[in-house]
Write a new protein. Structure first.
Length: 174
């Protein structure tokens, strides 16, 4: 039973894209926490935020982190704010290796600007400066990662290979 590989990091760093790629390469099941929450609640993430607020969403997220943290052989993509609650980090580390994906603020801006409507915490006129501030605020939370990898100026395959090499080097992957 292999440890889960749990991808954390700010929105737009590539957690879902890289997670899918890693799962394919490792022949593991990929789980996107946000999609699982949407399936479970029957609502989109923006609709959960709009109807019930962030507190309800974070509650659903905590339940999902607990559920997934007890499983194995998964590649899990978390939401950007999952690590804001210490209980989520504990649950996901129970049987998982946390890999933080980082990216330059300009790269994040370019990636998330295309999807503002599906990102409930993004205001319509978000700037690179706003993203830099978010990253500064969240850095202490992302510091819980066992491994950190930048996705800026790399393609999907390079990032997946770098993660796998880091996992091998630390003895978490055969």
């Amino acid at each position: 039973m292999a440890k889960n590989i749990v991808l954390i990091g700010f929105m737009g760093t590539g957690k879902t894209t890289i997670g899918n790629r890693l799962a394919d390469k490792l022949k593991r099941t990929f789980v996107d926490m946000d999609r699982e929450i949407e399936t479970l609640t029957g609502m989109s993430i923006p609709d959960i935020f709009k109807t019930y607020g962030e507190i309800r969403f974070r509650s659903e997220e905590a339940l999902m982190a607990g559920k997934l943290g007890s499983k194995s052989d998964l590649v899990i993509s978390t939401g950007g704010g999952t690590v804001l609650l210490a209980e989520n980090v504990s649950a996901l580390k129970e049987n998982g290796v946390l890999v933080c994906l980082d990216a330059q603020p300009a790269d994040i801006y370019a990636r998330v600007s295309r999807k503002k409507g599906s990102r409930p915490l993004l205001k319509k006129d978000i700037s690179i400066t706003d993203i830099e501030e978010f990253l500064k605020q969240r850095e202490p939370f992302y510091a819980c990662a066992d491994i950190r990898v930048s996705t800026s100026n790399k393609n999907m395959a390079e990032v997946a290979d770098e993660i796998m090499q880091n996992l091998r080097d630390k003895g978490w992957l055969d």
